[in-house]
Ligand binder design. Structure first.
Ligand code: UD1
Length: 346
């Protein structure tokens, strides 16, 4: 079996790393990087730290408007598909690279398998919601991380090819969270004595009032803030000051990120994946959005949605103390094996 895996943005390197390892044990994998993320700390360090093989193709697309970015990806991916003639195209998550990969493949009749299918925020203003809905509707195999995801697909009339396999991010967290790093010592942090912040969604970064509200709510708290380049750019453009107690650092690698989340007193984030990583480790999560795809984390009481409302953020920092159990809603840590077995069986 020959599988063309398409990645492009930071979370996809993490997801693909665990599936790739299983896939390469018995099959041929061709790895295509769209180049959506290209900074050393957004891309290369992930390949290095997780030992992901060098991509066979790197389209070097880079940043730009959505239409332009996807158009360049479509053109490049189609060429590779015609040359390589894979049995499957494997796409991950909900980024522009995901949708470009799925569309390029389905148009020339290469079957698409979507890892992390069925997630919904029900907010079509998010580019990710558009990407994931369209990708699901053209995929032959849909690998769902949760029962909620299966139900979402069912509500849209998608039943064929749907498989509940668990979450590859849980596989990855199990595989990498025990690795050593000195990230705490390097930043003068002590376990459970600091808050961690990440923010990169357009709804927060491209809105001056939101970004200001989030940062000012953190004034006076010891915070570590690995900042996405998108966020740094908008902080500069809007002239927003970062409070003195908030230590802004460059993006961290995956092992460092897991370590920071695990040891944080609380996590404040608008990332999808990090909400779950906090849940895996029992770190209370304060989500800087009005909705989440990972509803189990909220239902189980470990995640609270506060948007960019200063009083809600402050209240959650001071008072949110989850204590309930964390059932294994995200699988058994063997999602990758199930995905490869399913691809083999068809
Ligand atoms: C993308 C995904 C998002 C995912 C996130 C993880 C889409 C629509 N969004 O968002 O779902 O959670 O990646 O990080 O695909 N930039 C750099 N260097 C880089 C990459 C980006 O400077 O290596 C800057 C550029 O200024 C660019 C901006 O970040 O304009 C946005 O990058 P883009 O890839 O479009 O979206 P993300 O915000 O990273």
């Amino acid at each position: 079996m020959k599988v063309l895996s398409i990645v492009g943005a930071r979370p996809q390197f993490i997801k693909a790393s665990v599936v790739s390892e299983v896939l390469r044990a018995g099959h041929t994998e061709i790895l295509l990087h769209t180049g959506q993320h290209y900074d050393e700390e957004m891309s290369k360090v992930f390949f290095d730290v997780m030992g992901i093989p060098e991509p066979d193709y790197n389209l070097g697309v880079g940043s730009g408007p959505h239409g332009w970015q996807k158009a360049k990806m479509l053109e490049g991916i189609e060429k590779v598909l015609l040359d390589e003639k894979p049995d499957w195209v494997l796409v991950y998550g909900d980024t522009n690279s995901t949708l470009a990969g799925a569309l390029a493949a389905v148009k020339i009749h290469v079957p698409v398998a979507h890892v992390e299918a069925g997630l919904r925020s029900f907010n079509m203003a998010m580019p990710e919601e558009v990407n994931r809905r369209l990708t699901d509707h053209v995929s032959r195999l849909l690998f769902c991380p949760t029962q909620t995801a299966v139900d979402n697909l069912s509500n849209e009339g998608i039943h064929d090819g749907v498989h509940l396999v668990g979450d590859v991010m849980y596989d990855a967290a199990l595989a990498y969270s025990e690795r050593e790093t000195d990230i705490l010592a390097r930043n003068g942090l002590e376990s459970k004595q600091y808050l961690m912040l990440t923010v990169h969604r357009p709804s927060n970064t491209d809105n001056k009032a939101h970004l200001e509200a989030i940062l000012s709510s953190l004034d006076g708290h010891d915070v570590i803030f690995p900042a996405h380049p998108r966020t740094v750019k908008f902080l500069d453009e809007h002239g927003i000051a970062v409070p003195e107690t908030v230590k802004m650092i460059k993006p961290v690698n995956y092992i460092e990120s897991l370590h920071l989340i695990k040891n944080a007193r609380k996590l404040l984030t608008d990332s999808g994946g990090m909400q779950k990583e906090a849940y895996f480790f029992g770190t209370p999560c304060i989500t800087l959005r009005d909705e989440t795809e990972w509803v189990e984390t909220v239902q189980d009481g470990w995640n609270v949605l506060v948007g960019a409302h200063p009083t809600m953020i402050s209240d959650a920092i001071d008072k949110f103390e989850p204590s309930g159990s964390r059932p294994s809603s995200y699988g058994d840590g063997h999602a990758s094996e199930k995905i490869v077995a399913m691809l083999e069986s068809i």
